[in-house]
Design a protein around this ligand. Structure first.
Ligand code: FAD
Ligand code: SIN
Length: 533
């Protein structure tokens, strides 16, 4: 059993921003950061393009960034939250720079700002094409300055502790659900322990692993969303899954798809189909830099028309020296598989990339459960609406990591007495005999989601997906009740819940808006509606 003042689940940009700030404000309090993997194994580490933020006030303005975010969000952004993130984001970027993050500068010493789809100005701060790695490095270095931060790696958080664990009936209509901490599996000794906390922050990141092809690393299994849903908290807008238009097409490579950042198109890269046609002109006047939902759908349509499983990104005409300078990681990766970008086009296809919905929060990161906050990709703050503007997520994670800290620091809550919370009950379970029951179900899940709940949806496909998920759920629950828990089993269970929430959201939304496109309802409805489950 562990007790802490502030518990943080997740060591990406959202969790670490919060932890650093809380540790600085309360040197006498304990902040515990838990991660199920290595400290830096996060979506944050893989971010490429950069952070959007208004730093060039001569050419850019808050109003323009706000407008671009609202346009991308296709009517569903919360304008108040958009204004908060755009305006406060600049302070958060300054802090990150003070903490040691290095962003590229031009010859005059000004920040070399990048361009991405949906942005009307150059405003993306970046560190080559490995911005996330630089940010994660900076934050982990900063954490070391605080002896009151306890960092626990390779512990898998299984469940939120609420009144349910004290023996009370908790339903969606229970008015005052409270979070007292979590049960977590220590994967060093396979014991399940309680971590009791006054305040808990979920910063568990995205859920791309629900799909067969994703840019997300293996940690992105939607655990936070699934835990809140099971604890009867509110989840919002899960149908808005963003597919990145240009993941490197590498058949047979499996696992995480390598991203070709949108900044490559920002610097002049052109999408072409099998015949070599620059097809974006047929889809949107903003061509290759239209918002992501439009570009991903255009690629999907071209692939279907041509009967191919990828299109190409043509960089052959670009200044090669500049390309290598800005995108050294992409250049090396392509070379490693025999693609010289000065001579060959890069094969690319869309891949699941970002979850716009998630745990519903207010403008201070408060969830519907007391003493439980959420920030970063696992949260639905109202910023992204129906489609996230490129490079707005790192910004949002910092702003809401800060806001959750700001609000949480005003209300100190003591952790509950250990004696009140029962230990994890593993009675009646035995060690799993066959891992294939888990691995095969995971493959099925990813196929169902990719084939029926991808970029283009129909009512029939969604109905089929739901029926198959039902079966997977029943089988997995049975396994969960009878076998000792493992991270793989918990992740599968969480991913099935997340998939259910995506399909349910998609079924409720009888329109096409932003990232959700259903051919049975190809138009937007007159109703601006967030779907809360
Ligand atoms: P993460 O950084 O994903 O961290 C999640 C943490 O939660 C991890 O430490 C994980 O181990 C932990 N965790 C999860 N479940 C559990 C559990 N059950 N128990 C214990 N720990 C758990 N956004 C931009 O703005 N700009 C970009 O250029 C950009 N590029 C991207 C490129 C790629 C390839 C990807 C995948 C994403 C990109 N994004 C970008 C999106 C952005 O990186 C993420 O949205 C953001 O980093 C999420 O940060 P986070 O702190 O919310 O979560
Ligand atoms: C990219 O670099 O293309 C990803 C940016 C993002 O997801 O915001």
């Amino acid at each position: 059993m562990k007790q802490t003042d502030f518990l943080v689940i997740g060591s990406g940009i959202a969790g670490l921003t919060y932890a650093i700030k809380m540790a600085g404000r309360f040197p006498d309090k304990k902040i515990t950061v838990v991660t199920k993997a290595a400290a830096d194994e996060t979506n944050t580490k893989y971010a490429q393009g950069g952070i959007a933020g208004v730093t060039d006030f001569e050419n850019d303005s808050f109003e323009k960034h706000i407008e671009d975010t609202l346009i991308a969000g296709d009517g569903l952004c919360n304008p108040q939250v958009v204004e908060i993130v755009v305006k406060e984001g600049v302070q958060r970027i300054r802090e990150l720079i003070e903490w040691g993050a290095k962003f590229d500068k031009d010859a005059d010493g000004d920040y070399a700002l990048g361009m991405e789809g949906g942005h009307s100005e150059y405003r993306i701060l970046h560190h080559k094409d490995v911005t996330g790695k630089e940010i994660e490095r900076t934050l982990l270095e900063k954490v070391k300055q605080y002896p009151n931060i306890e960092f626990i790696k390779h512990w898998f958080v299984i469940e939120l502790i609420t009144q349910h664990h004290l023996g009370f009936l908790v339903t969606k209509s229970t008015p005052d659900i409270q979070c007292y901490g979590v049960y977590a599996l220590n994967t060093h000794n396979y014991q399940i322990e309680k971590i009791l906390a006054g305040t808990t922050l979920l910063a568990t990141g995205g859920n791309g692993q629900v799909y067969r092809t994703t840019t997300n690393p293996s940690i992105a299994t939607g655990d936070g969303v699934a835990m809140v849903y099971r604890a009867k908290g509110r989840i919002e807008n899960m149908e808005f899954i963003q597919f990145h238009p240009t993941a490197l097409y590498e058949p047979g490579s499996g696992g995480q798809a390598f991203l070709i950042t949108e900044a490559v198109r920002g610097d002049g890269g052109i999408l072409r189909n099998r015949k070599g046609e620059a097809f974006m002109e047929r889809y949107d006047e903003r061509l290759d830099l239209a918002p992501r939902d439009i570009v991903a759908r255009a690629i999907d349509s071209e692939m279907k028309i041509m009967g191919t499983d990828h299109v190409f990104l043509d960089c052959r005409h670009m200044d090669q020296e500049k390309f290598i300078h800005h995108f050294p990681n992409i250049y090396e990766k392509c070379l490693s598989i025999g693609i010289d970008v000065s001579k060959h086009m890069i094969p690319v296809a869309p891949a699941a990339h970002y979850s716009c919905g998630g745990i519903k929060t207010d403008e201070w990161g408060r969830t519907s459960i007391r003493n439980l906050y959420a920030a970063g990709e696992c949260a639905s703050t109202g910023l992204h609406g129906a489609n996230r503007l490129a490079s707005n997520s790192l910004l949002e994670a910092m702003v809401f990591g800060h806001r959750a800290f700001d609000e949480g620091s005003k209300h100190h809550v003591d952790p509950l007495d250990d004696a009140l919370i029962p230990d994890w009950d593993a009675g009646g379970t035995t060690d799993p005999r066959e891992m294939i029951l888990i691995t095969q179900s995971l493959k099925e899940l990813q196929l169902i989601m990719s084939d029926y709940v991808g970029i283009v949806r129909t009512d029939v496909r969604l109905e089929r997906a739901m029926k198959r998920l039902d079966l997977l759920w029943t089988e997995t629950e049975q396994l969960y009740q009878t076998t000792t828990v493992s991270p793989q089993l918990c992740e599968l269970r969480n991913m099935i819940s997340v998939a259910f929430l995506i399909v349910k959201g998609a079924q409720f939304r009888k329109e096409s808006r932003g990232l959700h496109y259903n051919t049975d309802y190809p138009e937007k409805s007159g109703l601006l509606q967030n779907i809360v489950l």
